[in-house]
Design a protein around this ligand. Sequence first.
Ligand SMILES: Nc1ncnc2c1ncn2[C@@H]1O[C@H](COP(=O)(O)OP(=O)(O)OP(=O)(O)O)[C@@H](O)[C@H]1O
Ligand SMILES: [Mg+2]
Length: 306
Amino acid sequence: MSEHQLLEPEPAPAPEGPPPVITCRGLTKRYGSLFAVRDLDLDVPRGATFGLIGPNGAGKTTTMSVLASLLKPTAGEVQVAGADPARDPGAVRRRVGYMPDVLGVYDATTVEEYLQFFAGAYRLPRKTWPALFDGLLELVDLTAKRDAQVNSLSRGMKQRLSLARALVHDPEVLILDEPASGLDPRARIDLRTLLLTLREMGKTVLISSHILPELQEVCTDVAIIEAGRLLASGPPRTILERLGRGRRVLVRLAGGEERTFTVADDVEQARLLRELLAEGLEIIEFRQDGGDLEDLFLSITKGVVQ
Ligand SMILES: Nc1ncnc2c1ncn2[C@@H]1O[C@H](COP(=O)(O)OP(=O)(O)OP(=O)(O)O)[C@@H](O)[C@H]1O
Ligand SMILES: [Mg+2]
């Protein structure tokens, strides 16, 4: 994979401040001759909203399943909220909420009964349940559906219920496998708002997606993986800077003329606007052109980074 050499992952940062909540060193999961995940290093800082980005088959679900203690790795060291998922799955499951990418089968269960089942499984005291469910249903905007059959919910509502279920034991870490898949644009915006709320609550969130512009807005850090390998990781801006790609700004002038500029950051973008105004141009539109992260993702995963 020589085309990826430009994007050798940066060495793990020197330890400073509190230790990361999730770390992987050399995480490898092999199925026969196929490496679903290969020598993956990850550091997810406490409180981060961390996007795991990659195309189909990149290894996102495999990585998340290992972190959630549902799958044993072939090799590597993993720590999640202070415990090793392979050696101490109980500790990890108490501290982690996992939202799988597939919706389960619910049979004849109401929304409330569904939450009761998981609250029971986590042995939460019964007297705390009513207030807990009130809060969770409000958070995911399903209060009106408390007595509805789970089977009668739309896909988006099931996704939200699944998230409520992942939160039932108030975990410090959330692992959300493609929570935006199958959601309509409105529901995606709601999900973004919810992710920001979770960040304000102090949760560390690992979220996977191929839907990139959304993650760019909501994620503090991203890791881009393909074929089980880490291609780049860090804050979205830092990755862009490392690639030296800058950001494109599209300017449309009265009369229809369009000009495109490349700037490095907010400061340069503000300066550009000042300069254009000082020239006396009649600016109709001034905006960033396209989803930076999507461009970045396509160029990295196709190996065509200039
Ligand atoms: N149980 C399994 N047995 C054999 N191969 C598997 C198994 N699970 C996953 N794989 C393979 O491992 C690779 C990574 O799969 P994974 O599901 O982790 O990808 P993903 O990034 O989640 O993809 P998607 O975006 O499609 O959900 C794929 O090549 C897949 O076929
Ligand atoms: Mg997957």
